[in-house]
Design a protein. Structure first.
Length: 307
């Protein structure tokens, strides 16, 4: 054999393992450790749903009108508590031009931060003054939310049947291929995009950029919203309404690094609260976040879900 050819073969045989090792180190995933990480995330996700004030405890959402909004177990009230959780009339919340005041009926024990109250000013979850005022009555907790220009009372019950009879969650098999190195493509300036919720209310949210990722040689993009130190993604894919929840799913990622690198891990995609209760106000995916792709990763449709 030609001496030059022998030298080339020898060099390639020496360098090839080095090249392959270098590539594998760059993309190498410890499968055992990664599977454990996702399983821990799944367990934490289920625990969050099962908490006494988790989404499975949601027992009602009641929109208020200006003036008196009575509350109790009787059907004539604006805010209707679950049967046997309260007196027929437990008091009222007075709404006047965005100001909220609680008046408790005699003989009813409502607590705020472990202190009995009879009358007090309330804050909603959109007051801009921190957390909403959370009221407690027996197994119930309730507080005021604001969506658009509407004020409503969200009622939670730690003894809610949906919480007590929770069926658990199902997932696609954990697959590291759905943990994807992606790029953040910033919008300069950030875009304002309309986000519609299940009540058909529209909020104009700030979108700092899109996450671009590749699957089998094709590039896809998802507009993201910034929430604190994370990016929030609402997406719909070709499993939606089949194996997964019909409206779509949610996912959080870390903020991109200085080079706009970001990791999107669809093994951590999960169902919105609306998959578990009709009393949630879930935002839905914007049109541009409808993917022509089957993302066979993350949380599947909940057994008790209607969609």
């Amino acid at each position: 054999m030609n001496t030059k050819i022998l030298k080339v073969i020898l060099i390639v045989s020496v360098l090839l393992p080095i090249i392959i090792t270098g590539c594998s180190k760059k993309h190498k995933v410890d499968i055992v450790a990664y599977k454990k990480e996702i399983e821990q995330w799944q367990a934490k996700r289920a625990e969050g749903l099962k908490k006494e004030d988790g989404w499975l405890s949601l027992a009602g959402l009641f929109w208020m009108k200006e003036g008196e909004n009575k509350m109790g177990t009787d059907s004539y009230n604006t805010i209707i508590f679950p049967p046997e959780r309260s007196l027929k009339y437990a008091g009222l919340i007075y709404l006047k031009k965005g100001e909220l005041r609680l008046k408790v009926a005699k003989g009813v024990e409502i607590k705020v931060k472990d202190s009995l109250v009879s009358e007090m000013k309330l804050q909603s979850d959109q007051s801009g003054k921190g957390e909403p005022t959370v009221m407690n009555l027996g197994s119930l907790t309730f507080y005021v939310i604001k969506r658009g220009e509407q004020f409503g009372v969200r009622v939670k019950d730690k003894d809610n049947p949906a919480r007590l009879n929770f069926k658990g969650l199902e997932y696609f098999s954990i697959d590291p291929r759905w943990r994807i190195d992606a790029k953040f493509e910033p919008y300069n300036p950030p875009k304002i995009i309309p986000i519609v919720n299940v009540l058909n209310q529209v909020s104009n949210d700030t979108c700092p950029g899109a996450i671009a990722f590749e699957v089998e040689g094709k590039t896809y993009r998802l507009d993201a919203l910034k929430e604190g130190t994370e990016l929030f993604i609402i997406f719909h894919d070709e499993t939606s309404g089949k194996e997964t929840y019909g409206m779509g799913r949610y996912h959080y990622t870390d903020l991109p690094d200085s080079n706009n690198n970001v990791v999107i891990d669809f093994n951590k995609a999960y169902n919105p609260p609306c998959a578990f209760t009709v009393f949630a106000t879930c935002p839905m995916p914007p049109e541009q976040n409808y993917l022509t792709l089957r993302i066979e990763a993350g949380e599947k449709k909940y057994a008790e879900s209607e969609h």
